[in-house]
Write a protein that binds this ligand. Structure first.
Ligand SMILES: [Zn+2]
Length: 366
């Protein structure tokens, strides 16, 4: 008998939940059920159980996720189908045009950011964002930028900054930016912040000001700055492969310095710098690490940015008008093959992008 009972379909396995109401409330209940599109209380309860009703507002979803992260790091601490959807119905084309026209990223970058957001949002906002840790730091940094830009866009769109805060919390709670280097970590999110820092840095006068400008405009590492000051310039232009610097002056007020200096994983192919700054810098008689330390103290004091931070800002600026490949080449993080290609064939275009990039941040190169 017992085994037979087990085989029976469990169609009677229900629990009855009673609700007591007064007779005169019955009409009100029916009316209100109708108002929300229900014919029976049972239907309402069914939808309530499956989270279809009442709809959880986006604000509420974000707050819930935020609270959960704070409490115990579990984003889905609610038992049952709490599924955040606030990020799912984003108008991706609208986000793209926001990046393009409001944030003034170039087309390629805007498209990349939207694509990274679209492709990885379910993982990022899902129960196991740590899955993102399996990607290379470089890819991960793009994914995080995509998410952060979604946060900015969300704020812009619905005037709710909580989404942006939630994104930062997810990143730090799950250590998603662990192992990213300075460039990948960057992320000075606010354009106005960058603009005002650049303005303050550009205002520094004299020899210290010159050191700062070399750092800011070249984006080179400190040792590379010292190297391009002391290394002899070769006068032989066409296809020379000696170890001196090779310098190309462009008509738009820029100088391209081909460096080709490699140590371990640090590579420096070439840099772009305004001709005026380059000439002044080469005319300085003595330049060494002490000059950089002095400049560092001043930038730290005036703008709260370390000298190495100039490289960060440079990368930020460059990535506004260049594809990530080009910005990486300038930062010395690309494959030598593509760097050589750019150095030979794309100089005009890359210097044009360089001018545009700075102009987006209020700096005119001439
Ligand atoms: Zn040479």
């Amino acid at each position: 008998m017992e085994s037979l009972a087990h085989q029976l379909p469990k169609k009677y396995d229900w629990k009855c939940v009673n609700v007591k109401i007064r007779p005169e409330e019955l009409a009100i209940l029916n009316q209100r059920l109708k108002l929300y599109g229900y014919e029976t209380l049972g239907q309402l309860v069914r939808d309530f159980l499956t989270s279809k009703f009442p709809p959880i507002t986006e604000d509420r979803q974000i707050q819930t996720m935020d609270n959960n992260i704070q409490a115990n790091g579990l984003k889905t601490a609610i038992n049952g189908p709490f599924e955040p959807s606030f990020y799912k119905y984003t108008d991706l084309e609208d986000m793209f045009s926001y990046l393009l026209t409001i944030r003034k990223y170039d087309k390629h970058n805007s498209r990349c950011l939207v694509n990274y957001f679209r492709k990885y949002r379910d993982v990022f906002f899902g129960p196991t964002p740590t899955e993102l840790l399996k990607f290379t730091p470089h890819k991960r940094s793009w994914i995080l930028q995509g998410m952060r830009h979604f946060g900015n866009y969300y704020y812009y769109k619905v005037n709710n900054p909580e989404c942006r805060e939630l994104i930062e919390k997810i990143i730090s709670r799950y250590g998603l930016n662990i192992g990213l280097d300075m460039h990948q970590k960057i992320y000075i999110v606010d354009d106005n912040f960058v603009v005002s820092k650049i303005k303050d840095l550009m205002a520094i006068q004299g020899e210290i000001g010159l050191t700062v400008k070399v750092g800011l405009f070249s984006g080179l590492r400190e040792e590379e700055i010292i190297y391009i000051h002391k290394t002899e310039v070769c006068n032989n232009l066409g296809g020379c492969s000696c170890s001196k610097l090779h310098v190309v002056n462009k008509s738009n007020g820029l100088t391209v310095v081909i460096i080709n200096w490699f140590r371990a994983h640090k590579k420096s192919y070439f840099t772009i710098i305004p001709t005026k700054v380059w000439e002044q810098f080469r005319n300085v008689t003595n330049f060494n690490n002490t000059d950089i330390q002095i400049a560092h103290k001043l930038t730290k004091k005036i703008t709260d940015i370390m000298f190495v931070g100039l490289r960060k800002i440079h990368y930020n600026v460059m990535s506004r008008a260049m594809g990530m490949n080009e910005a990486d080449i300038l930062a010395g993080r690309a494959k030598s093959v593509s760097a050589r290609h750019y150095a030979i064939y794309e100089l005009d275009r890359i210097t044009e992008s360089y001018v545009q990039a700075w102009s987006k941040f209020g700096v005119a190169i001439s």
